[in-house]
Design a protein around this ligand. Sequence first.
Ligand SMILES: Nc1nc2c(ncn2[C@@H]2O[C@H](COP(=O)(O)OP(=O)(O)OP(=O)(O)O)[C@@H](O)[C@H]2O)c(=O)[nH]1
Ligand SMILES: [Mg+2]
Length: 269
Amino acid sequence: MVLDNLATSLRETIRKISNSSYIDRETVREVVRDVQRALLKADVNVRLALELTKKLEKRAMEEKPPAGMAPQDFMIKIIYEELLSILGEPSTIKIRPPQKIMLVGLYGQGKTTSAGKLARFFSKKGGLNVGLIAADVHRPAAYEQLEQISKQLSCGFFGIKGEKDPVKIVQEGGLRRLEDFKVKIVDTSGRDSLDMDLIEEIKRVKKAVEPDEVLLVMDATVGQQAGPQAKAMNDAVGITGVIITKMDGTGKGGGALSAVAEIRRPCSS
Ligand SMILES: Nc1nc2c(ncn2[C@@H]2O[C@H](COP(=O)(O)OP(=O)(O)OP(=O)(O)O)[C@@H](O)[C@H]2O)c(=O)[nH]1
Ligand SMILES: [Mg+2]
């Protein structure tokens, strides 16, 4: 589980189950309440938390443990399975070169930083040469920020300083000039809210890039607005995965996880 607080609360619940001498209806109800409380505390949205715990309760009441499995272990197994089915299995980014990855998300969520982290991942883990493409034409110094990252990592970089059309950057330079790079990562512009401008822009960039993956970058501290945002992005450009950033700085993160559940895509952090 990626969420520390959620994991800690659930660990206590699981300890409680392991220590109980039997599992009766009252224990099931208590466990379900504990799980629900842990989910809500981690900011998982209410509808999702209720959906999950209802399923959990139904299975725990109706299903019998397979032969040889203690009812306590069975209860823990069900909790684990239901959490995974709703929150999605954490996954690592797949290495399948040649590949093009486009990063999308609102302002300050960690797109540019994640471009660097991904580049490091592909070059260290996959031994691949990576090219970064600066298609954020709004943020001042976005070009310099990505260029700096590419220098630190000794990877490829392309951008056109001062160019206001991201499609031009991607078409005229990015993809052609970085042709030999096995992995191309496109950094795009954010906005302070999900407006039509941003949607139109990333749609156009997506059409030009034809990415294998469109990753939505979300800050773990994002609240309940995360779900609708993710849905709108997904409807617009088809999100293939979610990167949750700043997990180091928060004990919550349920907002972002609710977003992952909303569009049912794999997530990594
Ligand atoms: N602690 C922490 N800080 C992060 C992480 N990822 C990004 N940041 C910080 O968050 C801030 C914004 O990150 P960027 O990568 O510039 O975000 P962005 O989405 O590209 O932002 P815009 O280009 O403005 O839309 C920077 O100060 C980063 O250092 C993370 O995983 N942990
Ligand atoms: Mg950026």
